[in-house]
Ligand binder design. Sequence first.
Ligand code: WQD
Length: 335
Amino acid sequence: MNIMITGGCGYIGSHVTISLEKLGHNITIYDNFSNSNKDQIKRLDLICTSNIDYICADITDTKSLKNILKDKKIESVVHMAGLKYVGDSESDPISYYENNVSGTISLLKAMNECEIKNLVFSSSATVYGEPEYLPIDENHSTSPISVYGRTKLYVENILKDLSLSDPDWSIICLRYFNPAGAHHSGFIGEEITSKSENLFPTIGKVLSGITPSLKVYGRDYQTHDGTGIRDYIHVSDLSEGHAMSVEYVNNNKGIENINLGRGHGYSVLEVIKSFEKITKKKIPYEFAEFRSGDISSSFADVTKAKQILGWIATRDLDDMCKSMWYYDQNKDSIF
Ligand code: WQD
């Protein structure tokens, strides 16, 4: 099948590219490279055996999207292009609404005009906001506490209205919990940038000596060890969930929101412990104030993903730490 992946050179997007290409699909990546560099193309070509088309363009350019959808005879779209930093979204909401919401509307217009109505959308568990109960299932209320989370929810609502207006659309919104880890090859993984505020890349900065020690935000949460709990999911499990979602949207109509997580939470101290075991290095840390906007605990009810997609995560916390560490050690020695 001919599939277009917007944002396919990003951290998660490149893993999704690998999962879909491995299944024999013809991949066209549409990416403005704002959050990835052209090196990623060489890295993907080291792993993928078939030819991948790379289009450097922006999703707000509807005309360009239409041309590619037609030229490449695209049958399904995995939409991952978007801005993703929670902190950034608070200080620059316009860019987040323009890219994440207007950019998606531009894509939907192009798809509609080309009669392409199979879509997998990269959403986020941040749409839930503060959990009212745990584990969080897809019926949980949605009240995101960040601009980033609100952009994801607005797009979900647009997709729901689109599906109601035209039953020919087949859509899955994947609500990611906390993606982490890297491809087992060590060729691709999460780039550590100054904007990285997530736990795993920040630990990566400590391990590589960029940051002297880790700040553990909050030690008095109502959790077994007082630190925040999250549902970390290996990026390869996540990308396999996308591949199964493409299969599903090509054989069904309507719209589904689906959680992608392990259904289990790990605390910050447990993540640190796992990294120390894997790397045999001490990770210096100090406790700091709560981080505004943080929630205490979040982990997924993943029943629906199993029922609808036949998908479950198979990799554990150690796999995530090991693969990230292996990538961080190897990424600069490839070329
Ligand atoms: C995890 C835990 C922190 C950094 C992200 C974003 C978004 C979303 C995944 C997809 C929390 C603690 C962190 C640090 C720490 N992705 N922490 N020191 O907060 O769930 O947010 O979720 O949509 O990327 O919404 O993930 O990795 O930032 O934090 O103590 O230096 O680690 O307090 O408890 P979070 P995170």
